[in-house]
Design a protein around this ligand. Structure first.
Ligand code: ZN
Length: 379
């Protein structure tokens, strides 16, 4: 882990390791860059715990999609730098990292700096789990559940410069794995349940950066407020999934992949930049915990396990008062790097989109692309 002074320096710098490409028009949706393979090879290093740090093998898209809600919808093309320095109030920028991972950012009135909230940021996208989901062109090492997995710090360093808060829905690896590194790098405050926070302690994240929650809290941080919502994990295995394990205080690093257990599930309502965004890390929810909330943006768990839930989409959207914008989340193939041809689960997204259109015809459905910046404004 890096020293604090180094982390501060990193946070303050405003250059970017990947060239920012300004777009000529909104149709240029894919601007791709790739690290030099040799440079990547040189960065491979052996770490204690027997596993190899992953090499960066990914493509990034630099794209901004701006949507005005209310007074019609229009699209703008802007470079990412322009968005990051925007001083427009009542404007929120979202960026999708894949799995259940998001960046929500807004520049408060009178401030030069954005408030940045990360949600389940999982950028390592390790070759883990079902080999049928792996990309044959992916030459990275694969992992079993008894291995120790380290964050792909090259990918994270290329994509994340700053964060004020990191919200963690639950502590499975595709939600929590990269959080210790990002917390050390950015100094962000991590908000999660006891298991998540004990994992942070195991990785030396300082106490001042940890907020332990149960669900039910509604915390005001000034320019952003965050309501923590008790929830349920996806009903995996034909509803047989049940994982009561926790990570105890006193756990030590490195943790094996199978030690990253759910530890309970949460949702969040984030009030930021004139918007209310409800976030999901799973394909499930508790009806009484979300009834009456009125987010204008819902990041809805969209993988097929939601079909195990009775009337999942219609009930969810009705309980939330039919949000103006719905975006699917946790429905990509997060075992492959960004840019892989099989990173997007097109059939899942199409089926989900049809359900949303049927249940909420007035809701605007936005399907995010990996790393795309989407700016939403209220007019
Ligand atoms: Zn999970």
């Amino acid at each position: 882990m890096k020293s604090e002074s180094m982390l501060l320096k990193r946070r303050d710098r405003d250059d970017h390791p990947i060239p920012i490409v300004r777009l000529r028009n909104a149709l240029e949706r894919h601007i791709l860059t790739r690290f030099e393979p040799m440079a990547a090879q040189q960065r491979l290093e052996k770490r204690p715990g027997s596993t190899m740090r992953l090499s960066p093998w990914f493509l990034s898209s630099f794209l901004a999609l701006a949507v005005i809600i209310g007074g019609g919808v229009h699209y703008e093309s802007e470079g990412t730098g322009a968005l990051a320095s925007s001083s427009e109030t009542d404007s929120l920028t979202l960026r999708y990292f894949g799995a259940a991972g998001w960046e929500l950012s807004a520049v408060p009135e009178g401030s030069a700096d954005p408030v940045v909230v990360l949600v389940d940021p999982y950028l390592t996208r390790a070759k883990l789990g079902n080999p049928r989901g792996w990309d044959p062109n992916d030459t990275r090492p694969s992992y079993t559940r008894t291995d120790t997995l380290f964050s792909d710090t090259d990918v994270i360093d290329a994509l994340i410069d700053r964060a004020d808060f990191i919200l963690v829905h639950h502590a499975h690896p595709d939600h929590v794995l990269d959080v210790p590194y990002i917390a050390h790098k950015t100094g962000a405050v991590v908000i999660g349940h006891e298991t998540t926070i004990n994992i942070m302690r195991a990785y030396g994240v300082p106490r001042s950066q940890l907020i332990t929650v149960r669900g039910g809290e509604d915390y005001d941080f000034g320019d952003v407020s965050i309501r923590v919502i008790p929830s349920l994990h996806s009903p995996l295995g034909d509803k047989r999934y049940y994982q009561p394990d926790v990570v105890e205080k006193g756990a030590t690093r490195p943790l094996r992949i199978n030690q990253l257990v759910e530890g309970g599930s949460l949702m969040f309502l984030v009030r930021l930049g004139g918007h209310q965004i409800i976030t999901m890390g799973s394909m499930n929810f508790i009806e009484r915990e979300i009834e009456g909330l009125r987010p204008d943006i819902a990041l809805v768990g969209a993988a097929p396990s939601h079909l195990e839930i009775y009337q999942y989409i219609p009930r969810l959207l009705r309980l939330l008062g039919f949000p103006r914008v719905v975006m699917p989340t946790h429905a990509d193939n997060f075992q492959v790097p960004y840019g892989s041809e099989i990173a997007v689960r097109t059939k899942w997204i199409e089926a989900f989109s049809e359900e949303v259109r049927a249940a909420a015809p007035d809701t605007r459905l936005i399907v995010p692309q990996h790393l795309e910046r989407i700016r939403l404004s209220v007019r």
